[in-house]
Ligand binder design. Structure first.
Ligand code: ADP
Ligand code: MG
Length: 739
């Protein structure tokens, strides 16, 4: 048992993490702890993941203490929730110390204008410095021990330096501004992160479980309320009207409608009855439902979404890597410059030491890259948070940046541009027994996930009083072609002409029929054995009602080329393509040829986003610069390879995602420009001795805050999603239930 627990990472939630650069200090310090294998800080989601080297029990409390030294609070997590909340006064300690420090300093400043003795004034400043600065000094020491010059360390040196040359008032101002800025920063970042956290709170923490009690001799159903963690897969939970579903499952009795907006971002109630799949976090309508649980509480669709989003927020974008690399060079250079400024003029040019020492301290503060380092991640966290609230999962900063530069959008046809629920339009058996043909096809396709297959199975069920269903075995799928299975001892092929040609099955007797169906824009599915075709089934799939509008919107969002890639026949493809006003289409493609087509689109037009339902598009989705999977109920494989997942089937979210990414890119650019410009200005002013210490701090803190607020504006960005189609539902609900 212990071998299982071993090495499983322990997740901590970190409170008050305001400085992206300092987060690296924690990472290093925790990784260096005995018993720790590795440590990773996810700044975006404020998470620390620690992989124990040995027994995880040895780490209890150790990591918390280390993180505490850095001035933050770590709380181990169970599932997706932090284990316990800190008492209020402890959480707000930073606010408290800053307030005390401010009051004491104000008194000291006031006294400095009176005839009060200097030692009293400086003494008061010293008190303020110790109260506010103790935490930073300790964190700075931690940075020093981990061999890093982070902001805490630089500030600590600057403050000690200012005290050393007798500038007590200045030292206190520095500490206060630093504390003030940090607190404000932590607060704004918390607001941004909570956009995701509120998603987490939408699933109830308890469930009403129906169990059979046989202790009385007679088996009796009884209902007990249990924490969701304690509900086993396979148990039945009862969900009352208006209640939120506690876990994922399948309805076993009752009828109702379920509002899936918390997961799909679309607030259209879906009717459910026995057999329907339902998800944790969604809201039950007027009926009572009994649901058989299909997933553990930490593996529900909602939990997976949250996990994915948190991971995404921690993933670094290329622009961020650039910034990190820049600051890794910038900081040491400015520190070296500061050393020179402090040493050279007094030693070689007989300049006053204290003046140049002071300029060196200013340079140390200017060496802090904080605003720059935070400018990108904060924008990414906000953008990903905003997208999640509107039903779009973007898996990381790199994807966000690419999505903002998309030139081509390529669509898969079936299930993406079309509804994906093809209807059987006609059945043509060569021997005249049409029912039997449909049955054969349905039996052969029973295990296929393809929309065409599902349509065949569905149609065959409509014959209520028809012959008993046939049994099939040895099912094999040919992606993009069809399927094969043994039915009643015969090997049956179901698929397109390409499949039949590849299997060298003669198409005698159906060629005219095929041409006619293709001309009508219908998809012809052939059914046959190795010896010949038995008949043709025609299926018609209608375009999604919102497809045309979505494509127009894409163009307005700046997409230059919209293409369709399909495995269906060219006639059907061309009918749909001209109806929707696409720029190009490619038909008769096998999954591997779709990959090739995506490559070609990239070469011809630039960055390609491929949109698919993922039934057999996974390779193309993976090849595209940005793979976009549709529908949370879509296959897990597609969600894995996709870079973006649209939780609902709503195509209009596509242009929103692109517009949001564009906006995020420009916010990031603005942030980087402002941070660099202010740093450059500060450097010049500092070189001329025209920048006081407090001015340097104010510049850094001010710009940090400015870029954070600028990044936060992304949270509210709704692109051209219509107001009445608001998908902010999930968050509003979350707020009202969180209290
Ligand atoms: P799309 O690119 O439109 O999503 P697919 O690649 O899924 O289409 O399939 C391409 C073609 O292959 C379909 O139009 C159909 O003719 C045939 N096909 C694929 N799978 C099946 C199946 N399970 N049953 C019947 N036909 C199939
Ligand atoms: Mg498909």
């Amino acid at each position: 048992m212990s071998t299982v627990i071993r090495n499983k990472p322990i997740e901590y939630s970190i409170e008050g993490m305001d400085c992206a650069d300092c987060a690296r200090t924690i990472e290093k310090a925790v990784a260096a702890l005995p018993g720790v294998g590795s440590a990773t800080v996810n700044f975006g989601a404020a998470r620390l993941s620690v992989e124990p080297a040995g027994d995880s029990a040895a780490l209890t409390g150790v990591v918390e203490r280390k993180v505490g030294e850095a001035g933050y609070r770590a709380t181990p997590m169970i599932g997706r929730l932090a284990l316990q909340q800190q008492p209020y006064w402890q959480r707000e300690r930073r606010v408290l110390t800053t307030a005390i420090g401010t009051v004491v300093s104000l008194v000291a400043f006031a006294l400095s204008f009176t005839s009060a003795p200097t030692w009293v004034v400086n003494g008061l400043f010293a008190v303020a410095i110790v109260v506010c600065g103790f935490g930073f000094a300790r964190a700075g020491l931690l940075a020093l021990r981990s061999g890093r010059a982070d902001m805490n360390l630089l500030m600590t040196i600057a403050v000690i330096g200012a005290m050393a040359i007798g500038d007590w008032g200045e030292a206190a101002t520095v500490v206060l501004l630093f504390a003030f800025g940090g607190t404000l920063q932590a607060y704004t970042l918390e607001r941004t992160r909570s956009a995701i956290r509120s998603l987490m709170e939408i699933a109830p923490t308890t469930a009403l479980v129906r169990r059979t009690d046989s202790s009385t001799g007679l088996p009796m159903a009884r209902e007990i309320r249990l924490p969701v963690e304690d509900v086993a897969v396979g148990e039945a939970v009862v969900v009352g009207p208006g209640e939120r579903l506690p876990l994922d499952g399948v309805v076993v009795s009752g009828t109702s409608s379920v509002d899936q907006s918390p997961i799909t971002g679309e607030s259209v109630p879906v009717d459910v009855e026995s057999g329907a799949e339902v998800y944790a976090g969604t809201i039950n309508g007027p009926g009572v439902l009994v649901v058989k649980v299909t997933t553990a509480s930490d593996d529900t669709a909602l939990a997976r979404i949250i996990g994915m989003v948190e991971e995404a927020q921690g993933r670094r974008a290329p622009s961020q890597q650039l910034v990190d690399r820049f600051s890794a060079i910038y900081t040491p250079i400015v520190i070296a410059l500061a050393l020179l400024v402090a040493a050279v003029p007094p030693l070689f040019f007989a300049q006053p030491f204290s003046e140049w020492f002071y300029r060196a301290l200013v340079l140390l503060v200017v060496a802090c890259p904080c605003a720059l380092v935070i400018s990108t991640p904060v924008s990414i966290v906000a953008a990903i948070g905003a997208a999640t609230r509107r039903g779009v999962l973007i898996k990381g900063g790199a994807t966000l940046e690419k999505l903002g530069r998309v030139r081509v959008v390529a669509f898969d046809k079936t299930g993406t541009l079309t509804v994906g629920l093809p209807m059987v339009a006609s059945v043509d058996a060569l021997d005249g027994n049409h029912t039997h043909l449909l049955q054969l096809a349905a039996a052969a396709e029973a295990r296929s996930e393809h929309p065409l297959a599902r349509a065949l199975v569905h149609a065959s069920r409509l014959y209520r009083n028809g012959p008993t269903p046939l049994e099939a075995s040895d099912f094999t799928a040919f992606p993009g072609l069809g399927a094969r299975a043994t039915v009643d001892g015969d090997v049956i092929y179901v698929g397109n002409t390409r499949l039949f040609r590849e299997q060298s099955i003669p198409l005698d007797g159906v060629t005219t029929r095929l041409d006619a169906l293709n001309a009508e824009g219908k998809t012809a599915v052939l059914v046959g054995t190795k010896d010949g075709v038995l008949g043709v089934i025609a299926l018609a799939d209608s375009p999604r009602p919102d497809a045309k509008q979505a494509i127009d919107k894409l163009r307005r969002a700046g997409v230059k080329h919209v293409a369709m890639l399909t495995g269906d026949n060219p006639r059907t493809a061309s009918t749909l393509a001209s109806g929707l006003g696409l720029d190009s289409y490619m038909a008769d493609l096998l999954p591997a040829e779709k990959v090739e087509a995506v490559r070609r689109l990239h070469e011809e037009h630039g960055i390609v986003a491929m949109v698919g339902d993922g039934v057999n598009d996974a390779p193309a989705l993976a090849t595209a610069d940005v793979g976009i999977a549709m529908g949370i109920a879509g296959t897990d494989a597609a969600l894995e390879v996709a870079d973006v997942a649209l939780m609902s089937d709503d195509l209009s979210r596509l242009d929103y995602a692109i517009l949001l990414s564009r906006r995020a890119l420009s916010v990031i650019k603005q942030n980087i420009t402002v941070s660099l410009a202010v740093k450059a200005l500060a450097l010049v002013l500092a070189a001329f001795g025209a920048l006081p210490l407090w001015g340097a701090i104010l510049a850094d803190m001010g710009v940090s805050l400015l870029v954070t607020l600028n990044g936060m504006t992304l949270l509210g960005y709704r692109g051209n999603i219509e107001e009445n189609k608001s998908t902010d539902m999930s968050i509003t609900h979350a707020r009202s239930t969180a209290h």
